[in-house]
Design a protein around this ligand. Structure first.
Ligand SMILES: *Cc1c(COP(=O)(O)O)cnc(C)c1O
Length: 431
């Protein structure tokens, strides 16, 4: 596959005559020179395009796009999304703090998901007067009622139901089957909504569902929402009218090269949801994460060594699994493009990092143009679950991050230092 066809649906392109990979109009070579490597580079323009695809896909329905913070929780990205009208789906008190720091005005557009909310996190969210709690168990509902009563704050509740729908994706990111830890069995939800009527502090506000991540077909989303809509009708007949349905996130992208029509994908997704929602007049919440940010981001790394072991060639980069764990964790594929491709025959190589684990690889037996020490490479589609899942394993400082908007480059996180890493640690004092 040619580099041009790989980059066709991404903000990263080879710009002639030098033939250097750019993010929009900014050269990745120049960025690496200024900020060093490994470096995360994100296109704000693409993030905005993707957000607007969702915002505009549902013409006859009020919608709120609650970006799933866990996909990429950079404060600057949250701030940027909030300014363009996004709400947020959070899964921890820490993520709530992020939203309140980046965009305090967006607190009223926050939904709180997650199977293990603590009392302290619930208090924090009640204090911030968030839009909705997506409650994942009966015991959580009891705790929420308890905290709301103590704080004298009404909690808007959506039960996160488990629709028992199979979604084809990696088993680690599939969540919509009864055997998974997520949500409340949809068959028990009706009774739980009725139980809320007795509470002064719980307001039945909506219902939510999230069946997994990186789901490529629209069908499972439609199937899940049909079940949800049926529950909403049933509740309606019982006098409990819910104002919103939260369809969760999970819409997948194409990590392999070639053309990917994001607009067509969102249209197909929207159609599946709309037909499943027939008869429901209320507001639709959506929680896309990956779809908004994955393809906007690349991890830029420098080749340190190229070495041969028997018949294999290893390209050793200065980025590693601690910076981007998806290949090691999910056997995920990321396209790799040299920032200034050399001419010459493509060769099958393994692209690996310096971490002391055989799982520390980005690609195996991948056909790539010739690479030499000092060359830059870009790992594409790294904007989601990249930096967010990074660590300091092997005492490696985390990369810097830059956000590109039009011609402007903004450093949104500086490279970590050893001081950052050592700060929480405590040495014995002299005895
Ligand atoms: C992870 C998650 C999302 C986002 O999933 P994507 O695949 O990134 O779109 C949305 N909602 C909930 C509850 C999640 O756990």
């Amino acid at each position: 596959m040619t580099i041009a066809s790989i980059t066709s649906s991404r903000p990263f392109r080879l710009v002639q005559p030098q033939g250097v990979l750019h993010c929009g109009s900014v050269s990745l070579e120049a960025l690496a020179r200024t900020f060093g490597t490994p470096l995360y580079v994100y296109s704000a323009d693409q993030i905005l395009d993707r957000l607007q695809l969702f915002q505009q896909a549902f013409t006859d329905r009020e919608t709120l796009i609650c970006y799933a913070v866990k996909a990429n929780s950079a404060l600057a990205i949250l701030q940027f999304l909030a300014r363009h009208g996004a709400g947020f789906d959070i899964v921890s008190g820490g993520e709530l703090e992020r939203v309140l720091t980046a965009a305090p005005e967006a607190a009223s557009r926050v939904v709180f998901s997650g199977v293990g909310k603590t009392a302290a996190e619930i208090d924090q969210a009640l204090g911030a007067d968030i839009l909705e709690f997506n409650v994942e168990s009966e015991t959580e509902l009891e705790l929420l009622a308890d905290r709301a009563r103590k704080l004298k704050r009404k909690a808007r509740v959506a039960l996160r139901v488990n629709p028992d729908v199979f979604a084809e994706t990696h088993p680690y990111i599939s969540t919509g089957l009864r055997e998974h830890k997520f949500g409340i069995d949809i068959r028990r939800a009706f009774r739980l909504y009725k139980s809320m009527l007795g509470s002064r502090w719980l307001e039945p506000h909506g219902v939510s569902v999230h069946i997994g991540s990186q789901i490529r077909s629209a069908d499972p989303f439609g199937a899940a929402l049909e079940r949800v809509n049926k529950l909403v009708r049933q509740l309606d007949r019982a006098g409990i009218s819910l104002g919103s349905i939260d369809a969760g996130g999970g819409l997948g992208i194409d990590y392999h090269g070639g053309s990917f029509d994001a607009a067509a994908k969102v249209r197909e997704y929207a159609q599946a949801l709309q037909s499943a929602l027939a008869g429901f007049e209320g507001r639709l919440l959506l929680e896309p994460g990956r779809f908004l940010v994955a393809q906007a981001g690349a991890l830029v790394a420098r080749v340190l060594y190229v070495k041969r072991n028997g018949s294999k060639t290893f390209v050793i980069a200065d980025a590693a699994m601690n910076d981007l764990i998806r290949p090691a964790l999910y056997q995920a594929h990321h396209e790799i493009v040299p920032v200034r491709p050399r001419s010459g025959k493509a060769r099958a190589v393994d692209v690996v990092g310096p971490v002391c684990e055989s799982g520390d690889f980005f690609a195996r037996d991948r056909g790539l143009p010739p690479l030499r020490p000092g060359d830059l490479i870009a790992l594409l589609d790294a904007g989601a679950y990249g930096m967010a899942q990074s660590s300091n394993y092997n005492t490696r400082p985390r990369p810097a991050e830059v956000l590109i908007h039009g011609r402007k480059t903004r450093l949104i996180r500086r490279r970590e230092t050893m001081n950052d890493i050592f700060a929480p640690e405590i040495l014995a004092t002299e005895t």
